[in-house]
Every structure is written in C-alpha cells, then in structure tokens.
Design a protein around this ligand. Structure first.
Ligand code: MN
Length: 427
C-alpha cells in the first residue's frame, strides 16, 4: 500500500491497488447497482440496461475512482508510457486517456521507446493524427523529467518499456494503471484497473466513456477518430471480434455510434511490407511441428521489422493440425549495439494459457522478473542478450550466437511440448 502526499481528501483511494478477479466477483454482487454519477449519459439504450445487470457496479466504481484520481491531479503534466512496440489497443486507449485527462487540465504526453512497426499501426497513427511520440534513450537526455508530476501505464504494466527505469529514477510517481494483461507484479499506483478477463483495454476505456468520463460528440472530428482508433484496438485484440465476449461487443456497439467505418477500412487496408513477407517465409521454412505446436526461429531481424514476428506467428497458427505457434528471433538496432531475443506465441487451443506457458517455459531472470507473459490466445517474451549483445562484424560469430540462442529456446519450449515423465528412454 502506498500513500501519496498529494492525496489529501482522497486518501481512501489508495486502498484500490491490486484488484483480482475474485474480489471483483464479490464486488459485483455486494455493491449496489445504482450509478450515482450525475453526468451519466441517458442514452444507454437496451444494451446499456443489460450491461448494468452485469458487473456495472465495478465499472461505475472504477470510473468514480479514476475521476477522483484525475481531480486530485488537476493542472499537472503526465507521461503516458506504452510498451516499446505499441499496438492499436495501447495507442487508442492512451489517446482516450489523454482526452479524458484534458478535461481536468492534465497535459499528457504519450510516449514509447521502440518503433511502430506494424503497417496497420503506422496507418492508424498517420490517418488519425494520433498524438504518440517516440522517445529514445537520446530523447530522454534532452527532457527535463522534473516537469512531470506523474506517469501512467496503459495496456502494459511497465515490464515491456525501456523508458520505465528512467522515469522511476526521476522520482515520478505512478498514478494510473489500466491493463488487461495478468498482474505482473505488485503495482504501487494510486489508481489500478487491471482486468485480465477483459479481452481489450479498449473495452475498459469505452466503458469509462460510456459511464460519463468523457461525452463523445460525433460532430467533433477528433472524437470520431478516437472512437475509430478504439474500435480498431478492440478488434485487433479480439481477433476481429471472434474472441470478443459480451462486454467487448457491448463496447463495440457503443463505439459504432461514433466511429468512421471508412477510416477504419483505410487503416486495415495497409499492406504487408516485403520485409515482413521475408520473415514469414523464413518462419515457414524453419518451422518444426511437434504435438500440434509449430516452432520457428527466424534469425536476425531489424528493429523496425520487429512486428514481423507476431505476424509470422499469426500465419503459422493457421496451418492444419497446428494449435499453437511460437516464432522468435534476435532483434537488433541500426548499430547492432542493442540485441534482444523477441518471441511471440499465438494459440487457438482454449485450454492453453499463453501467460502460464511462457512463464513456465522461460522462467525468471536473477531479479525474479519473468521473461514474458500473455493474455488470451497470445503471448510474448523478451530475453536480453547482455554481454553477448552486438559485435557481429564477424559473421561466423553472429551465426554461432544465433545457433546457441535458437537451441536454448527450442530446448525450453520442447520440454513443455513433449513432456517426458520417464527420464529413462526405452530406445
Ligand atoms: Mn491489449
């Protein structure tokens, strides 16, 4: 539990960290269903009524808590930190948060350290003018971090951002966390809304909008674009709504009043680059299939093409008799100085939990931090290469290094794919 000195009249809010699904179940039943916020939109329609019966007490409670947190931080400047390779869910929700916070005169900058590497993400940011900025380590040096009074994590819990340590070292407090990934560690934040059973963070933010945190106005261009971005985020995290559950559909239904279908179509029309196609080709060539798992190492990949890895996993999982695909490679920056093993998992097997699978396969580093995790049907991991990073002038060395990492990752994955209960081999 933490006590933030800036919180005076709202100290009770600090009791709201670490929600877990069990608590939530209890709250759903014990807290009454009456929504007390006066600014609640009247036009919730039949769908709204239905949803009210279903966990709306949690939504109204979280909405109120978030509003109190924002009130307590009026006129401040905040950094909204996204994962290094932000996806449409993260980007759209960060923008929504920025628009909500604006009403409290809170100025937010949406930042990420990596790149926008998926063609659809680039199209999303360009076509909607989505206000996200890339901050490299170099950018960080030019910034005066003392001018920010808080930071916010959206669609992540800080474990996938290179910016986190600098922001923490500058002493900026964590104010808000909204995410749908499994809880990675105890979070010291004033406001926490982590709901691993929700399919997209965009669903959570749409619920905030619906509960009155910001009244969308379809005559405002910016609101229409933001609703379109949210729709894109929601669709992309639910496999085009195929894995959506009731509350995701309810959120999509609400967004359908405001979003621009043509704009969304333009975003989705972005084509795969040749380099992404090359990585998919390598994944196909290198894949091994065992027990319905398809595993492929794709070697070295440029930083800007990092998103080719999940796209290759998306492709491999479509093969007949394959329910789970894992694709990984060594991602390196322009100067080859920074190297990291990055992998993605995709599964259609309902009983396979990507979060558990990745945590079990790769374990933790010396500080106890897991190399990765996941959500429904998708997961990812990152293994830093430390001392072995860089130094690839010599191609024999680069090849050897890849082979070692490739063999080690395969070994760890295959241990779970083909569990051997009996260590004595019969052959
Ligand atoms: Mn997400």
């Amino acid at each position: 539990m933490q006590f933030n000195p800036t919180l005076t009249q709202f100290e009770s809010l600090s009791l709201t960290t670490e929600p877990n699904p069990e608590d939530t179940e209890i709250e759903k039943e014990s807290v009454d269903l009456i929504l007390t916020r006066p600014s609640l939109p009247q036009s919730t329609g039949e769908g709204g009524v239905y949803q009210m019966q279903r966990g709306n007490s949690l939504i109204s409670q979280k909405t109120e808590e978030l509003q109190k947190t924002l009130l307590a931080h009026r006129h401040e400047r905040q950094l909204v930190i996204l994962q290094d390779f932000p996806d449409p869910d993260a980007l759209s929700c960060a923008w929504t948060y920025q628009l909500i916070a604006q009403q409290y005169d809170i100025k937010c900058e949406i930042i990420y350290a990596g790149t926008l590497s998926h063609q659809e993400n680039i199209a999303l940011v360009k076509l909607t003018n989505l206000p996200a900025q890339r901050w490299t380590q170099q950018t960080l040096k030019t910034k005066d971090l003392s001018s920010y009074q808080g930071f916010v994590l959206i669609d992540n819990q800080g474990t996938t951002s290179q910016l986190l340590s600098a922001v923490q070292q500058a002493g900026i407090p964590l104010v808000v966390v909204v995410d749908h990934h499994s809880l990675q560690s105890e979070l010291k934040s004033e406001f926490v809304d982590v709901r691993p059973y929700v399919r997209a963070t965009a669903t959570i933010f749409t619920q905030y909008l619906q509960a009155g945190l910001l009244a969308l106005d379809s005559s405002m261009n910016q609101h229409v674009k933001c609703a379109t971005a949210l729709m894109h985020g929601l669709r992309s995290d639910t496999n085009r709504l195929m894995q959506a559950q009731e509350e995701d559909f309810m959120a999509a239904a609400y967004l359908s009043r405001f979003y621009d279908a043509q704009l969304l179509n333009a975003i989705l029309q972005a084509n795969r680059s040749k380099r992404v196609m090359d990585v998919i080709e390598r994944a196909l060539k290198n894949r091994i299939v065992q027990n319905n798992f398809s595993i492929a190492g794709v070697g070295y990949i440029r930083y800007d093409d990092r998103d080719a890895i999940p796209q290759a996993a998306d492709f491999l999982v479509t093969e007949e008799n394959v329910h789970t695909a894992v694709v990984y490679g060594i991602v390196h920056d322009e100067d080859d100085e920074l190297e990291v093993v990055i992998g993605s998992l995709r599964t259609t097997k309902l009983t396979l939990d990507p979060d558990e699978f990745i945590k079990e396969a790769f374990g933790q580093d010396s500080t106890g931090r897991f190399f990765g995790g996941g959500r429904t049907s998708a997961g990812g991991f990152e293994v830093p290469m430390g001392f072995l990073s860089g130094g690839n002038e010599n191609s024999a060395y680069a090849k050897m290094k890849w082979e070692v990492f490739d063999a080690q990752i395969k070994q760890k994955l295959l241990r779970l794919v083909n569990p051997r209960d009996n260590p004595i081999q019969s052959e």
